[in-house]
Design a protein around this ligand. Structure first.
Ligand SMILES: Nc1nc2c(ncn2[C@@H]2O[C@H](COP(=O)(O)OP(=O)(O)O)[C@@H](O)[C@H]2O)c(=O)[nH]1
Ligand SMILES: [Mg+2]
Length: 309
C-alpha cells in the first residue's frame, strides 16, 4: 500500500508540496478559482464544522437545530505574506496586530477588515438574525446569502459554500429552500460535498438523492460520514465505505468532528480524530483513509486533475 501524502491538517492547500503555488501557472489557477465546494446535508450533521476544519479556523456558528439559516459563501483568497497591502482600513488595530497576515471582509461591509475570527462569527450571527427576524418562524431560512472573503497566505483560492440544512417535515417552506439548494449544486463547477451523519440511514439520505438529480453520474459528488464516534458499540460504517449501500465513484470519508461539550481547538480535534481511527477495531487497518486530512487529500487530487485537463 502506498503512503498517502496527506494535506497538512486544517488547511486546504494545493499543491500539497507547494503551498506557495510557484509551480502552478496562471491559467491553472484561474481554472481552480472557478470551483465551488457546496456542503449539502440535513440540519446538524456537521457541515459548518467541516467547513471550519478545512479552512483551519473557527469562525462559524454551529450547534443543534437550524443554525445556518442563510447560505454563507466563503471566498478564500490566497495572499502571500510579502504582497500584503497596508491595513489602514482595519476595524481594530489591536486585532490587526495580533493577526496581521489574514483577515476577513464581508461584501456588505466594504472597507472593514476583520482580523479576529470570533468577530467574524458574531457578524454572521448578527446578519443571520437581521435577515430572518421578520420571518414568521424562527427556524426559517433566507435564501439571501452572506458573502465573506478570507485573505490568507494559508489558503487555496477557492470558494466554499456552507448551505442551510435540507428541510424536513416542514412542507410550507420546504420547496423554496429545496429549489435554492438545487440551484447552488447545479453548476458544473460545484463539487457537491454530501455531509451525512453516520447515525442516519444512508438508504434514505436526502443529500445523496438531491445530488443525484443534478449529478446523475456522481462525477462531482463526495460523501462525508460524520459522527462516527457517536455510533453504538458494535456498529460501524464499513459497509458504506465499501460502497455496498450507495456507491459513489469518489467514495466516502468517515470523520470524527468536535462534538458539543468537547471544547477543543481544531488541531486538538484533528489529533483526537486520528487517535480514534487508529484505535477503533473497524478502522485501524485503514486509518490513513479516514479523517479530515484524507478528505483534504482527496479534494486536492480531484482539483489537481481538473486543472491538468
Ligand atoms: N460527536 C460529534 N459531534 C459532531 C460531529 N460533527 C458535528 N458534531 C456536532 O454536531 C452539531 C452540529 O454541527 P454543525 O456543524 O453546526 O452542523 P450543520 O448544521 O450541518 O452545519 C455541533 O454541536 C457539532 O459539534 C462529529 O463528527 N462527532
Ligand atoms: Mg451549519
Amino acid at each position: 500500500m502506498s503512503t498517502i501524502n496527506h494535506a497538512p491538517p486544517g488547511t486546504l492547500q494545493w499543491p500539497i508540496d507547494d503551498p506557495n503555488f510557484t509551480t502552478v501557472d496562471a491559467n491553472s489557477l484561474q481554472i481552480l478559482e472557478r470551483f465551488k465546494l457546496c456542503f449539502l446535508g440535513a440540519h446538524s450533521v456537521g457541515k459548518s464544522t467541516v467547513v471550519e476544519n478545512l479552512i483551519g479556523r473557527e469562525f462559524l456558528p454551529h450547534g443543534f437545530g437550524n443554525v445556518t439559516r442563510r447560505p454563507l459563501i466563503v471566498q478564500l483568497i490566497h495572499r502571500p505574506v510579502a504582497n500584503r497591502t497596508s491595513t489602514n482600513n482595519a476595524s481594530t488595530t489591536t486585532d490587526a496586530t495580533a493577526n496581521s497576515t489574514e483577515w476577513g471582509e464581508f461584501l456588505h461591509l466594504p472597507n472593514q477588515k476583520f482580523f479576529d475570527y470570533t468577530k467574524i462569527r458574531d457578524q454572521i450571527l448578527y446578519d443571520t438574525e437581521a435577515e430572518t427576524q421578520h420571518l414568521s418562524d424562527s427556524r426559517e431560512i433566507s435564501p439571501n446569502p452572506i458573502h465573506l472573503r478570507i485573505f490568507s497566505p494559508k489558503v487555496l483560492t477557492l470558494t466554499l459554500i456552507d448551505l442551510p440544512g435540507i428541510p424536513v417535515k416542514h412542507p410550507i417552506y420546504e420547496q423554496p429552500i429545496r429549489d435554492m439548494l438545487i440551484q447552488y449544486i447545479s453548476s458544473p463547477a460545484c463539487l457537491i460535498i454530501a455531509v451525512i451523519s453516520a447515525l442516519d440511514d444512508l438508504a434514505h439520505c436526502k443529500a445523496l438523492k438531491m445530488a443525484r438529480e443534478v449529478d446523475p453520474g456522481r462525477a462531482r459528488t463526495f460523501g462525508l460520514l460524520t459522527k462516527v464516534d457517536l455510533m453504538d458499540p458494535g456498529y460501524d460504517v464499513v459497509r458504506i465505505l465499501a460502497g455496498r449501500i450507495i456507491s459513489l465513484p469518489f467514495g466516502y470519508v468517515p470523520l470524527v468532528n468536535r462534538g458539543i461539550g468537547k471544547e477543543m481547538d481544531i488541531a486538538s480535534a484533528l489529533k483526537a480524530e486520528r487517535e480514534f481511527f487508529k484505535r477503533h477495531p473497524s478502522y485501524q487497518a485503514k486509518a490513513e483513509y479516514c479523517g479530515m486530512p484524507f478528505f483534504a487529500h482527496k479534494l486536492n487530487l480531484w482539483l489537481k486533475l481538473r486543472v491538468q485537463v
